[in-house]
Design a protein around this ligand. Structure first.
Ligand SMILES: Cc1cc2nc3c(=O)[nH]c(=O)nc-3n(C[C@H](O)[C@H](O)[C@H](O)COP(=O)(O)OP(=O)(O)OC[C@H]3O[C@@H](n4cnc5c(N)ncnc54)[C@H](O)[C@@H]3O)c2cc1C
Length: 391
């Protein structure tokens, strides 16, 4: 497996697109510009300055599929040409209003319909924070015992919405991920994800939960979840990730004076991530997994385990996934070698996906090495195409 093969990695990008990606990552490497750009863009969109076209042709096109499901068709087909699947990710963040919750259900059902109608979309995905208020998720995080009657009413409404989505996914036989979020919601998310897996994963894995290994308690949770699956006779689907909210988690732990839920350092996260992979491969008869990572070593680690255990590259229980616009060298080289790969393809109206885009920009500024890795691969390909000697 050669992740440095940039010809394969960027074959789907035209010269123009590749040059534009280079400029974008270069810009995102600059803290000052990213922060300033974020403030300006939010302001400009609020007062309707004509910057939509610029955003659409640059950062939106790099990281998003389109403004609605139909808009994503071109990107879906393009990825599929290289055997990379699409996971349509409705990236509009809820503002906690009741009307929004049911419209989120409707939107996620559209992604399930799209997956039902296409071999190029192996999964759907949704976030539970789009389906109820933050206050309910927080109140229910440890247990349901302390909810008052009106909270319980709201909670049951929420479960009903989750069930509408999951039962629809079962009806259409479309696998669906439940994303992991902040630890102050994750107790609620785990409970609901388990409930849905128990209900709908009796024979096959349809519902997948997500485990964040930047938390020091998650290996234990994985063991417990597996024990429940054995006892209650259901299968588990797991998206394994490191976790996206580290800074927020650490800050909240300090502010509220509780033990930091995050591992003490990156190495501890990496070690638990690997142990999580080991555990899943050792119990593959009971579960299916998706490795959601941009880390080359983690992908190689899983590939190696698959080889040692004589597991086919395209075994349907194992998927790799990256985000659109990032780590193409991993996605396209994996698919070339027949591994199952998919990209999260975020979509939504430009104004509403701006928070997602700004997070991508900030992540690419803050994740040490990520931007420079993207930049060095893109410039290697630009040189290979003889488009530059230097930029
Ligand atoms: C397809 C896909 C789906 C995803 N779904 C989710 C999701 O549902 N929920 C979610 O939270 N995230 C999700 N993520 C994001 C993911 O959790 C990571 O934030 C991101 O992928 C970066 O981690 P990495 O494994 O790619 O790479 P790396 O660059 O190797 O790891 C960076 C990660 O390591 C951890 N880390 C860094 N420094 C430290 C430190 N000092 N101490 C402890 N840990 C540290 C953090 O988690 C950080 O994000 C998803 C990512 C992908 C690709």
């Amino acid at each position: 497996m050669d992740f440095n093969n940039t010809k394969i990695a960027f074959e789907y990008k035209s010269n123009y697109q590749l040059k534009r990606a280079y400029q974008l990552f270069k810009l995102m490497g600059n803290h000052f510009l990213v922060n300033l750009g974020g403030i300006f863009t939010n302001f400009a969109l609020k007062v309707n300055l004509p910057i939509r076209t610029v955003i659409k042709k640059t950062i939106f096109d790099q990281f998003c599929g389109g403004e609605n499901v139909n808009d994503c068709e071109l990107k879906i087909k393009l990825l599929a040409k290289y055997n990379v699947g699409t996971i349509l990710d409705y990236s509009v963040e809820g503002v906690g209003l009741k009307d929004d919750f049911q419209s989120t259900v409707t939107e996620i059902k559209k992604t399930i319909d799209a997956a039902d109608n296409s071999l190029d979309i192996p999964f759907s995905v949704f976030k539970l924070t789009g389906l109820t208020s933050f206050s309910i998720l927080k109140a229910a995080n440890d247990s349901l015992d302390d909810l008052n009657s009106s909270q319980l009413f709201e909670y049951n409404d929420f479960i009903d919405r989750v069930d509408q989505i999951c039962s629809y996914a079962v009806e259409k036989n479309v696998k669906i991920f439940i994303d992991a979020e902040d630890s102050w919601f994750q107790g609620s998310i785990d409970r609901v994800a388990e409930q849905m897996m128990k209900l709908y994963n009796q024979k096959n894995v349809i519902v997948y939960t997500t485990i964040q290994f930047y938390r020091w308690d998650r290996l234990g949770y994985l063991n417990d979840l597996h024990a429940k699956c054995k006892a209650d006779k259901f299968k588990i689907g797991i998206k394994l990730v490191r976790g996206a909210y580290m800074e927020k988690e650490r800050a909240m732990a300090i502010k509220m004076n509780y033990k930091d839920p995050i591992q003490k350092d990156k190495l501890s996260t990496d070690n638990d991530f690997n142990k999580g992979i080991d555990f899943c491969i050792n119990n593959l008869n009971d579960l299916s997994i998706c490795l959601g990572t941009h880390n080359e070593k983690s992908c190689l680690y899983l590939i190696d385990l698959m080889r040692v255990n004589n597991i086919d590259e395209n075994d349907s229980r194992i998927y790799f996934a990256q985000l659109l616009g990032m780590s193409d060298h991993i996605s396209f080289n994996l698919s070339k070698e027949s591994y199952n790969v998919a990209k999260y393809v975020p979509y939504g109206p430009i104004k509403e996906v701006m928070p997602y885009l700004l997070r991508r920009a900030q992540e690419n500024t803050s994740v040490a090495g990520q931007t420079s890795r993207e930049l060095s691969l893109i410039s290697k390909e630009l040189k290979r195409r003889k488009l530059i000697n230097r930029i």
